[in-house]
Write a protein that binds this ligand. Structure first.
Ligand SMILES: [Zn+2]
Length: 255
């Protein structure tokens, strides 16, 4: 009698195991898929790290990251100028060459803005909030809108002197001298975007880059990073933040 009960319960156990086996199998195949995905992502990152240009360090001045998460105080460095716009002396030549090449290609460009001090950025910030409030927006709305389009003071890379807002002049003049993403509909702005890397620049805030940069798409903001870095970043569609993160991972692994 007792044996019978044991057998019965064994049967129940195995039935239950069979059922749960099904479930766990489904669960494990799901898990395998997600593990595979993680492995693939990891592999892609590992592949990128392995392919990084030699001799580049995350701490190189050209790769200085300033954003809303990495704020910096006022910086001092030698300044130069391009078409009357102040920039870091080290990018005067590359930026001049870039703009000259655009002109030669039939797309004269305007350097709208280059180096901006933290103090000036604060002014831009305050003015933006003020102008939204003047349009009848609440203080909260004005702050939200300003955050979308204006870099927070101490968090703008214009203070590094390594960035420049460059616009295809014809489009810029025809649109009330505004910096608008839709400028990329013009051939001239597209020329600038497509050739920037040849001169050591990248479009700093690309489409779908906002998660890592904190700034929405800007078709006019170019950042000098040097030719080698620009070529790699452009080829692999990496933001500066993502690129520097890969470099840091390589440096970490080498320790
Ligand atoms: Zn800019």
């Amino acid at each position: 009698m007792r044996k019978h009960i044991v057998l019965k319960s064994l049967l129940l156990v195995s039935l239950a195991a069979g059922l749960s086996g099904c479930q766990s199998q489904a669960g494990s195949s799901k898990q395998t898929a997600s593990t595979q995905k993680t492995t693939q992502t990891k592999t892609k990152r590992q592949r990128l790290i392995a392919a990084l240009p030699k001799g580049v360090k995350s701490t190189d001045t050209n790769l200085l990251v300033v954003n809303k998460w990495h704020k910096r105080g006022e910086m001092t460095f030698e300044k130069g100028s391009v078409n009357g716009i102040a920039v870091r002396k080290s990018i005067q030549q590359p930026l001049t060459t870039f703009v000259d090449a655009a002109k030669k290609a039939g797309y004269p460009a305007t350097v709208v803005s280059g180096y901006r001090s933290v103090a000036y950025q604060q002014q831009v910030w305050d003015q933006s909030i003020q102008s939204y409030e003047n349009q009848g927006k609440s203080a909260k709305q004005a702050l939200k809108l300003t955050k979308e389009f204006v870099a927070v003071p101490r968090g703008s890379e214009h203070q590094t002197g390594l960035a420049a807002d460059v616009m295809y002049t014809k489009w810029y003049n025809a649109h009330g001298n505004q910096l608008l993403s839709s400028s990329d509909k013009s051939k001239g702005q597209r020329w600038l975007i497509n050739h920037a890397a040849d001169y050591g620049f990248v479009l700093r805030f690309p489409k779908s880059g906002a998660d890592s940069t904190g700034i929405e798409y800007e078709s006019w903001h170019f950042r000098y990073v040097g030719k080698k870095n620009a070529a790699f970043m452009t080829k692999h569609n990496l933001t500066l933040e993502q690129y520097v993160s890969l470099l840091k991972a390589r440096e970490q692994a080498a320790k």
